[in-house]
Write a protein that binds this ligand. Structure first.
Ligand code: NDP
Ligand SMILES: O=C(O)C1=N[C@H](C(=O)O)C[C@H](O)C1
Length: 267
């Protein structure tokens, strides 16, 4: 039985992950974490999952919760995830990180902290998006230089980071396939007389509103035709099931940073 603790247990994803753990075989919920001072600390973790009481109370004790698990699933925010990664490394536990919005410096720090424990960091845990990552590289290579690439993503009004981690990864995949440096060619902003589109740029556009779970479209726009590759998430449940699948995988993995391409055998 793999013992899983969930950080961000009172959040939108935290509740769905707890529900996914309860419906999965071979895993059990060993702990649930929130930040000190959160109003749900001390309450049963099952309530946010819509399960009623399940006998696991939400704690704010990071060290004790990590010590009591085999793997921590963390869907919070980059700075919180880095702290959690540090504590998991201290106690030699695995961690699955779904948080998005990491800076390049934070990603490098995560890789350093992951030298002694297996870590999964993935901006999107769904099978569909991960298949998109794989085919995007092929589509970009086949279409080559004659097609302009633009990426548009849409999420709920409460999302804090922009563009989404998934959109950034899509941009990175396309840029790599075309031999470009994503950090140099990503264009996040067009306003006023901003000039003609440059050949290499990848436009990154963001929509925020209401309860959109998550939508991503990559446009390959040529002269006289275009391809649009779209993924639409209908619920958060495939992210949460993906994170439980990742937790089962990572407890037997070698130290280092892995992602869902590894878990799903897509690499
Ligand atoms: N990889 C993937 O497949 C997916 C990734 N995500 C990403 O997951 C992250 C969370 O998303 P979502 O669930 O919607 O966000 P929420 O804001 O609903 O949940 C985050 C939770 O983490 C809590 N939190 C903040 N600080 C700490 C701390 N120090 N210790 C423990 N808990 C803490 C928050 O508390 P408080 O509200 O008080 O700050 C909140 O309850 C985002 O980065 C999002 O982009 C989302 C969906 C899928
Ligand atoms: O914050 C969200 O909700 C989501 N975030 C992830 C991202 O930033 O890519 C994944 C998913 O689209 C939902």
């Amino acid at each position: 039985m793999v013992k899983i603790a969930v950080c961000g247990a009172a959040g939108r994803m935290g509740g769905r992950i707890i529900a996914a753990i309860k419906e999965s075989e071979g895993v059990e919920l060993s702990g649930a974490l929130e930040r000190p001072g959160h109003p749900m600390v001390g309450q049963d973790a099952g309530y946010n999952a819509g399960l009623g009481a399940i006998g696991v109370l939400i704690s704010d004790d990071l060290n004790a919760t990590v010590q009591g698990c085999d793997v921590l699933i963390d869907f919070t925010a980059p700075k919180v995830s880095l702290k959690n990664l540090e504590v998991c490394a201290l106690y030699k536990k695995s961690i699955v990180i779904g948080s998005t919005g990491f800076t390049p410096e934070e990603r490098a720090l995560a890789a350093e902290l992951a030298r002694e424990i297996p870590v999964i960091i993935a901006p999107n845990m769904s099978v569909g998006v991960n298949v998109c990552f794989k085919v995007l590289a092929d589509v970009a290579k086949i279409l080559g230089e004659d097609f302009d690439v633009e990426i548009v993503e849409a999420h709920h009004r409460l999302k804090k980071d922009s563009p989404s981690g998934t959109a950034v990864r899509m941009g990175e995949v396309v840029a790599d396939a075309l031999g470009r440096d994503y950090n140099k060619v990503a264009n996040y902003h067009r306003e006023g007389i901003c000039g003609e589109r440059t050949h290499d740029e990848i436009g990154m556009q963001t929509v925020r509103g209401g309860d959109i779970v998550g939508e991503h479209t990559v446009y390959f726009i040529g002269m006289g035709e275009r391809i649009e590759l779209t993924h639409r998430a209908h619920t958060r449940d495939m992210f949460s099931r993906g994170s439980v699948r990742a937790a089962k995988w990572v407890v037997t993995a070698k130290p280092g940073v892995w992602d869902m391409q590894d878990v799903l055998g897509l690499r």
